[in-house]
Write a new protein. Structure first.
Length: 251
């Protein structure tokens, strides 16, 4: 049976928080950058919020039932603020540019509420920007996920066919990643925000240092007694990606 716990369930909520978070921050990233792994590393400290995709209203996403329901979307966002703000007042939001763009078109009032809440002022705004250094591996990972529909380890158990190698899919994924990174760069420049920049490869090699860097950036003291259990993130099989990488390098 495929596990059902992805982290959005109410049983993972912190105690209800009243009022706006004291330290809100944005985990700015793009698909297939290792952002889910990082978000869970931060979450399990119990001190750095639970930075998940609370604005993912795609029909296949965690809040897909609200994909065409703006009122429900706003309720879900406010519920996230109450249940996913850590006891020390830290709240994290993980987002992709496409999610903000979709919200701008379908629910602009909620987007305004989110932006005002996360970016309370330019002096206190905090952003963690996660990149992936190996651009080829990144594009291959993204292309394979788009073609197969497999985005998480547990989905591999569904037995979907391995996608056939496609140079065109890799080129498209490279373009999508580049466009998303450019969107973040433009937005942060417009807001006058200097983010903490992290790299996937460094995070995998030394996750503790990545967590400590985020805590320092937010001005948060980590308390070992606050550590909590969160859903485990397991790396997907790399066999198919290696096959694609070999084909790509030979072409």
């Amino acid at each position: 049976m495929i596990p059902t716990d992805h982290g959005y369930e109410a049983k993972f909520d912190f105690p209800d928080w009243q009022g706006p978070p004291t330290i809100p921050y944005l985990l700015a990233t793009v698909p297939r950058s290792g952002s889910t792994y990082l978000s869970h590393l931060l979450w399990q400290t119990g001190c750095l919020g639970a930075p998940l995709e609370y604005l993912n209203f795609d029909p296949t996403g965690p809040y897909g039932h609200a994909s065409e329901a703006p009122v429900e979307q706003t309720k879900l966002w406010r519920a996230a603020l109450r249940g996913r703000t850590a006891p020390n007042g830290v709240f994290g939001l993980k987002a992709f540019p496409a999610q903000l763009a979709a919200l701008h078109g379908s629910n602009p009032s909620l987007l305004g509420e989110v932006m005002r809440g996360i970016f309370q002022s330019r002096q206190t705004s905090r952003v963690v920007w996660l990149h992936r250094r190996d651009s080829t591996a990144h594009a291959i990972s993204y292309a394979r996920a788009i073609l197969s529909g497999v985005w998480r380890k547990e989905q591999e158990a569904l037995g979907r066919d391995e996608p056939e190698y496609s140079a065109i899919a890799i080129e498209r994924a490279t373009r999508l990643i580049g466009d998303a990174e450019a969107s973040w760069s433009a937005m942060l420049a417009d807001l006058g925000i200097t983010p903490l920049e992290l790299w996937y490869e460094d995070m995998v090699e030394d996750p503790i240092s990545a967590v400590q860097a985020v805590a320092a950036h937010l001005g948060v003291t980590l308390d070992p007694k606050a550590v909590i259990e969160v859903p485990e993130i397991t790396q997907q099989s790399q066999e198919g990606a290696k096959t694609w990488a070999d084909r790509h390098s030979a072409s």
